[in-house]
Design a protein around this ligand. Structure first.
Ligand code: ADP
Ligand code: MG
Length: 257
């Protein structure tokens, strides 16, 4: 469970986040969507204990984020992968579990890499893999840690269209099987709708939360879900909220992925 109360983050004269409040229930998949620069990463970093708020607070499972993190209860996937260059893909995936004092479950890790299309890359080093492959290893690593709360910041950014939805499917599958709580940031409205139970909509200048929209699409959701009329309606609804909250002086473009 994640609780964010009146979170404000100021960088000099930039109000990156202005009094953001949200809560994510245990087992809920919450997506956050908004234009570039609206404070999505700042929000996620604050929830993860990597950014000290100017005021307000974030709690994970009732504790300060730092406590959850040191207990191995918090998994991260960042916008750019953060693999250890001196470790192979497999070693990267099991390392966080070893660090948390858990059974590394190497065979399970191999299976997960295989499912992510990385069966041939298990023993490769990050420098031998493409950016998209490294990003997939980082996603597998976060899943394998088994943390009860997962924070994901545009994790599919470097992936091509097909791989993106394969990874989305495997994230959804792993989430369903594990009942973990996910906070997932994206600038893609379709991605936010496909994945989320609810979508938090943000706006910029100052960075803030403007709406929380229920996604009323049945699960399990698949790539074909995106071809349904219901899906198109939800996407349109959120695009409308984004447009209503767009500053008049800017022509922000929302990526249509
Ligand atoms: N460390 C920092 N120092 C100064 N400004 C920052 C820093 N991090 C983010 N910002 C600014 O805060 C705003 C929100 O950034 P960010 O959270 O990265 O947005 P998003 O992830 O939605 O693109 C932007 O204006 C950005 O330039
Ligand atoms: Mg960002």
């Amino acid at each position: 469970m994640i609780d964010v109360e009146e979170l404000t983050v100021r960088f000099d004269d930039v109000l990156a986040l202005d009094g953001a409040s949200l809560s994510v229930d245990d087992g809920e998949f919450l997506t956050v969507v908004g234009p570039s620069g609206c404070g999505k990463t700042t929000l996620l970093r604050s929830v993860g204990g990597l950014q000290t708020p100017t005021s307000g607070e974030a709690r994970v499972g009732g504790d300060p984020p730092e406590t959850a993190q040191s207990a191995g209860d918090l998994g991260f996937v960042f916008q750019s992968h953060t693999l250890f260059p001196w470790k192979t893909a497999l070693e990267n995936v099991v390392f966080l579990r070893e660090l948390a004092g858990r059974d590394p479950e190497r065979e399970r890790a191999r299976e997960r890499l295989d499912t992510a299309g990385l069966g041939d890359a298990v023993d490769a080093y990050p420098r031998e893999l493409s950016g998209g492959m490294c990003q997939r290893v980082a996603i597998v690593r976060a899943m394998h840690l088994g943390a009860s709360t997962l924070l994901m910041d545009e994790p599919f950014g470097e992936l091509d269209e097909l791989t993106r939805y394969d990874m989305a499917a495997s994230v959804l599958e792993s989430w369903r099987d594990s009942d973990r709580t996910v906070l997932f940031v994206t600038h893609s409205v379709p991605e936010a709708v496909l994945l989320g139970d609810q979508v938090i909509v943000m706006a910029d200048n100052p960075g803030r939360i403007v709406d929380r929209v229920d996604v009323s699409l049945p699960r399990p959701r698949e790539e074909s879900t995106m071809d349904t009329a219901g899906f198109a309606e939800q996407v349109a609804e959120i695009r409308q909220v984004l447009r209503q909250n767009r500053g008049d002086d800017e022509g922000a473009i929302y990526a249509e992925r």
